[in-house]
Design a protein around this ligand. Structure first.
Ligand SMILES: C[S@@+](CC[C@H](N)C(=O)[O-])C[C@H]1O[C@@H](n2cnc3c(N)ncnc32)[C@H](O)[C@@H]1O
Length: 290
């Protein structure tokens, strides 16, 4: 784009021309995020200044971001962060960009426990730590641990957000290796957004996700159930009686639910997302399994 004078409104129009909706379905929201990033203002402030003309340096930043975005590189990778629940979470190409849908897990737990609960929560496959961090904020007296095979992204979040490392801990664990389980102890609540894509899901994956996000964060074997089976087995010994498991799920919800023994987990419930798709599986362990 030539160096001329453009209003924010004109730049919104311009991006509608260069980002086709079928390839960039979130382009409107992304434009808002780009503008508030460049101008360092709130969404509300942006809504008041749509006829503001961008300064030269602001226009240069805008052009640079737009050019990178046209390659398909996710906006969160370009800006270095995304928003999740109440935080601005640092993001790197090493792990999944936290998704809005995952906030449903947080909402389930917010309704389940009171803010002063002194519970223990394990987040399996924590990635950036988005879930663990949000739960640490909601339950400041809880002991929260995030585990992942790659922990650098979470360490980065913890540094950037200046979080209390005595109550919110991180551990590098290959969860699929059962020999690591003994050291993990026992929990009141286990939460996870594990890798859950199967072969077919991987074949039809959105081009931007396929090219830019790590497949270790997405793929879970031929039927997409490896992690759910392991979590079911792990929870038999590592979840307290009466404890709860809160898991992100997808269209395979019936097969996922069947990974959990009905005698050990007799109470189960499913929460739907805003598109009315099955999104969270909640399982409660029986009182007298031990
Ligand atoms: C779907 S991502 C979820 C990330 C984050 N919890 C979120 O909701 O944004 C799954 C995570 O599982 C982690 N993971 C993959 N294989 C693992 C393993 N064997 N042990 C532990 N974590 C693993 C990935 O590194 C990734 O961070």
């Amino acid at each position: 784009m030539e160096k001329m004078k453009y209003t924010i409104n004109q730049l919104f129009e311009y991006t509608r021309e260069i980002f086709p909706l079928d390839k960039f379905p979130e382009r409107e929201e992304e434009m808002v995020r780009i503008m508030i990033h460049i101008l360092d203002i709130s969404r509300y402030e942006l809504s008041l200044i749509f006829y503001k003309i961008l300064q030269d340096d602001e226009l240069t930043s805008f052009n640079n971001i737009i050019q990178e975005r046209q390659t398909g590189k996710p906006l969160a990778h370009i800006l270095g962060y995304t928003y999740f629940y109440q935080d601005k979470i640092p993001v790197s190409p090493q792990t999944l960009i936290p998704r809005y849908d995952t906030e449903h897990l947080i909402e389930v737990l917010r309704k389940h426990y009171v803010p002063t609960s002194e519970i223990s929560i394990l987040d399996i496959g924590t990635g950036t730590g988005a879930i663990a961090i949000s739960l640490h904020r909601l339950f400041p007296l809880a002991r929260v641990k995030g585990i992942d095979i790659i922990i650098e992204p979470f360490i980065e979040s913890q540094k950037d957000l200046e979080l209390d490392s005595s109550l919110l801990t991180i551990e590098q664990v290959d969860f699929l290796d059962e020999s690591t389980w003994e050291d993990l102890g026992k929990w009141d609540c286990i939460v996870s957004n594990p890798p859950y894509l199967d072969n077919h899901d991987m074949d039809i994956l959105d081009w931007q996700v396929k090219d830019f996000e790590p497949h270790t964060a997405l793929y879970a074997g031929e039927d997409g159930l490896i992690f759910y089976r392991k979590i079911a087995k792990f929870a038999e010994d590592h979840l307290h009686d009466d404890g709860i498991l809160v898991l992100e799920i997808d269209h395979k919800h019936e097969a996922i639910s069947q990974c959990f023994d009905p005698v050990i987990f007799p109470h189960r419930d499913i929460k739907f997302d805003f598109n009315n798709l099955e999104r969270v599986l909640i399982l409660k362990k029986a009182q007298d399994v031990e």
